[in-house]
Design a protein around this ligand. Structure first.
Ligand code: GAP
Length: 460
């Protein structure tokens, strides 16, 4: 895990928030490569949920909502953790994690073993409280949303009315959520500000259990498509005593992180709890009119709720490898660090290299290929250092393809006559470059004209 955290900083995936001021616990910034990785992940989820399915529509709700939402949902009263304070070291610990916590004064001991005086557990609400408007009084209180879900329940009727969707159908949303976690830890795994990808899938009464099973299968194969094998995901049937109060059945999808097997996503059968609560509290009907049976009823909900940041972390952990390989130039054995991202998720899809940077004819063709690929996908251009080193640097950030313009490219091409001033290049149909594959390190020749279609097919 330490190596992954170091790589994330070194190569610009993830930085500590407010780092120059000593950081802010539980908050993280995504650097230039991290933001591409995260965006690719969210785009693929969005495409899987809203573009290639007929039965889910997209949505983007506000983070701030009327406080009444959080009263109705139960968050204001119950979204809390039990905490125990130590009067001796002034530490504060989650009651359910106290045995795995460490004493502030005697780090080799847990708060139960150190002899400090502990209080009885007290509840601590995890929502961040804030005030709307200029007056900071009771009437202005609201919260930063602790889940994206509630806006989709509250707008259920509007969405049905404008889309004419029939049950079963879903609403999908990606967005930030905030929880004042007592103990943010394991890098980005447990943060105070994070993103969720949630679907609220509305189904006919009584059909929740069968949709829960369908969503389990759907989500397991989705993780495979982003490069997290089924064998690395553990499906936990959450026992009733550990389920959220609204849940009639929950599966947790857990991943084998280096720090232990931990939750990536929860898939919950929420029954009609949320719609019922909002209908009662708002006084506005949220029932669905079933044209077939000519009856009105409250829909049940099955909710696959995934964490963006946790999935990014799982992708990094899954992709990271250290391999003993032969240097592609010298033939000497060395260790390479490589991220084996699947191409659709990789932050950079291809890197274009002129073999030598002091050969204008190579540089001109490489720049031309780079500029032609740029509108189609995220590409990089690199001309400094030996080609073997440039391959390694791209391996380390998970770029699946390297495109090298070399002397063979020049053979028989009109490009050989390109001037150092960068006159336009006319490439023939048969001009080729070296295409280097990150995982196998194999190299082959490919016609420049075929390159865009080849790469597009690989990344889609
Ligand atoms: N709407 C249901 C809901 O919010 P949850 O299990 O509390 O359910 C769903 O959260 C997902 O959100 C989790 O599986 C996890 O991936 C992510 N998540 C929750 N709390 C998080 C935190 N503090 N830091 C990072 N991700 C978190």
């Amino acid at each position: 895990m330490d190596k992954i955290v170091a790589l994330c900083k070194r190569r610009g995936f993830i930085f500590q928030s407010s780092e120059i001021y000593g950081g802010l616990n539980g908050a993280w910034d995504y650097g230039p490569l991290g933001v591409e990785l995260k965006r690719n992940l969210k785009d693929y989820w969005w495409r899987s949920m809203t573009q290639v399915r007929d039965d889910i529509v997209g949505f983007d709700g506000s983070i701030l909502m009327n406080r009444a939402v959080w009263k109705a949902s139960g968050h204001e009263a119950t979204f809390s953790d039990p905490l125990i304070d130590c009067k001796t070291c002034k530490g504060r610990f989650r009651a359910d994690q106290i045995d795995s916590s460490t004493c502030g004064l005697k780090p080799s001991k847990s708060p139960r073993e150190c002899g400090g005086e502990l209080t009885e557990p007290k509840t601590f609400n995890l929502m961040f409280k804030t005030y709307v408007g200029a007056i900071e009084d009771e009437s202005a209180i609201t919260y930063l949303r602790p889940e994206t879900a509630q806006a989709m329940f509250v707008q259920f009727k509007n969405v049905v009315d404008v889309t004419q969707k029939k049950l079963p159908f879903g609403i999908a949303q990606i967005g930030k959520a905030f929880r004042n976690e007592i103990n943010p830890r394991n890098f980005t795994f447990r943060s105070r500000e994070f993103e969720q990808m949630e679907v609220e899938f509305f189904v006919k009464p009584g059909t929740g259990p069968e949709w829960l099973e369908k969503w389990l299968e759907e989500r397991l194969s989705w993780y495979e498509a982003i490069g997290i094998p089924r064998a690395k995901i553990h499906v936990l049937t959450v026992p009733e005593k550990d389920r959220a109060f609204y849940s009639q059945g929950t599966y947790d999808l857990e991943y084998e992180f280096p720090f232990g097997i931990q939750e990536l996503e929860g898939i919950a059968h929420r029954g009609n709890y949320d719609l019922k609560q909002h209908q009662e509290h708002s006084g506005k009907p949220l029932e669905y009119f079933d044209e077939e049976s000519k009856t009105k009823y409250l829909a049940e909900v099955v909710e696959p709720s995934a964490g963006v940041d946790r999935t990014v972390l799982a992708l990094l952990c899954e992709a990271y490898a250290e391999e003993t390989v032969k240097d592609e130039e010298s033939g000497k054995e060395e260790t390479r660090v490589v991220l084996h991202f699947v191409p659709r998720i990789a932050p950079i899809k291809a890197a274009v290299f002129p073999l030598l940077k002091n050969k204008p004819e190579l540089v001109a063709i490489a720049r031309d290929i780079y500029k032609k690929l740029q509108p189609l996908m995220k590409v990089a251009y690199a001309d400094s250092a030996a080609i073997g080193r440039r391959y390694r640097r791209m391996d380390e950030v998970g770029t699946p393809y390297g495109v090298t313009v070399d002397f063979e490219t020049l053979e028989g091409t009109k490009a050989a006559s390109v001037s150092a001033t960068g006159a336009p290049i006319e490439l023939g149909q048969k001009d080729t470059v070296t295409l280097r594959h990150r995982d196998s390190m194999k190299q082959e020749r490919i016609a420049i004209a075929d390159l865009p279609a080849y790469l597009l097919a690989k990344i889609s």
